[in-house]
Ligand binder design. Structure first.
Ligand code: 2BA
Length: 109
């Protein structure tokens, strides 16, 4: 068994949640916050048999979009702060950051 952990954008979370349930996957949604943008995102925990991991990854890939987001760094990325003028930079977010972990044991009481 594997545990798939997927960090997705809030905008994609409902669609992904519906797609997972309709495909018969069990999932838990957690509200989370990105360390870099400090904006809300959604973390899915999906426990799945090894042979179905690729189906879960396919489902995530087809329901999460890449988006560009503007972010203003709070401090300069290098050098001195004297002449620092905050400048918005565009970063690409998503579709999803996915981790696949081995599960040593799963019990469901
Ligand atoms: P955030 O940490 O808020 O990052 C949002 C986006 O900002 C990232 O998109 C990436 O494009 C950019 N970014 C993040 N850290 C950066 C840095 N040090 N320098 C320049 N740009 C940076 P994604 O890579 O798609 O990540 C989306 C969200 O997924 C992240 O939100 C974070 O919550 C999670 N995530 C991504 N990689 C992770 C990892 N290795 N471990 C844990 N969580 C991760």
């Amino acid at each position: 068994m594997k545990l798939v952990i997927a960090v997705v954008q809030d905008k994609d979370s409902n669609r992904l949640s519906n797609a997972l349930v309709s495909a018969g996957f069990r999932a838990t949604k957690l509200a989370s916050t990105g360390g870099f943008l400090k904006a809300g995102n959604t973390t899915f925990m999906i426990g799945i048999e090894d042979e179905r991991v690729h189906e879960v990854l396919h489902c995530i890939r087809s329901n999460c979009k890449v988006r560009d987001q503007l972010v203003t760094p709070v401090s300069p990325m290098g050098g001195t702060t004297d002449s620092y003028i905050p400048f918005p930079v565009e970063v690409q977010v998503g579709g999803a950051a996915v981790f696949v972990l081995p599960v040593e044991r799963f019990e469901h009481f």
